[in-house]
Design a protein around this ligand. Structure first.
Ligand code: HEC
Length: 197
């Protein structure tokens, strides 16, 4: 019994060719990125958050994980981002003071300035946080206040230093009035400071 090999049809050639090209590009791209990444001094993604933990901060870091804050939050590569609003706590110490963080953990609803979702009185899901012993909350608050973000990080309070006339124009002209009344325009404030220099 002999079966003759059938030659490929044109459509099949095109199909296999396209699929092959995709694979080839993926391999070339992967290799290229690996080569670039391994050669360059700079990391592929710059990390713009950092932490210098004091002994009390270290204690707080352990508690942060042990007590289960990481079920909703993320800090120093531990935990989750799924919590939504406020879930990424890297850089928290550049946004909030130690006193604010402690006050929030103890009295979330009074401190937050907006309705809270999970922190607060029972039956909110993180109501247990405010009940933690004094020394644990102090340690955790200290830990969070030691998480810093450099300017330009997505979690920093200020945008990158780069002077962008386009962004300034857009934020001045395109932003609706209600928005301007409700929020501070940090771009304008930065420009003001630069002119004073
Ligand atoms: C069930 C989920 C959940 C758990 C558990 C949880 N949090 Fe939160 N956290 C939130 C949410 C949601 C917010 C935003 C405020 C709100 O709606 O409650 C928040 C806000 C915060 C903020 C304020 C962030 C900011 O600057 O606006 C801090 C600080 C914080 N959490 C620390 C902690 C610590 C420390 C623990 C553990 C002891 C913890 N959280 C456990 C969900 C959670």
């Amino acid at each position: 019994m002999s079966r003759k090999k059938q030659p490929l049809k044109t459509g099949e050639k095109v199909l296999f060719g396209v699929a092959g090209a995709f694979v080839a590009f993926a391999v070339i791209g992967f290799v290229a990125i690996e080569i670039v990444a391994s050669r360059s001094e700079k990391p592929l993604f710059e990390i713009k958050t950092h932490a210098e933990l004091t002994p009390l901060g270290h204690k707080g870091e352990l508690l942060f994980r042990k007590r289960g804050c990481t079920e909703c939050h993320r800090a120093l590569r531990n935990g989750t981002n799924v919590g939504g609003r406020g879930s990424d706590l890297d850089g928290e110490g550049s946004r909030r003071s130690l006193d604010w963080i402690y006050a929030f953990l103890r009295h979330p609803e009074k401190t937050y300035g907006a309705p809270t979702l999970d922190h607060g009185a029972p039956p909110k899901a993180a109501s247990w946080v405010a009940e933690l012993p004094e020394e644990e909350l102090r340690a955790i608050a200290t830990f969070l206040s030691e998480l810093k973000a450099e300017q330009g990080s997505t979690v920093a309070p200020l945008p990158p230093e780069a002077n962008s006339p386009f962004l300034r124009f857009m934020s001045r002209v395109m932003a609706p009035d209600w928005w301007k009344q409700k929020y501070r325009n940090v771009l304008e404030e930065m420009q003001g400071k630069e002119q004073e220099k």
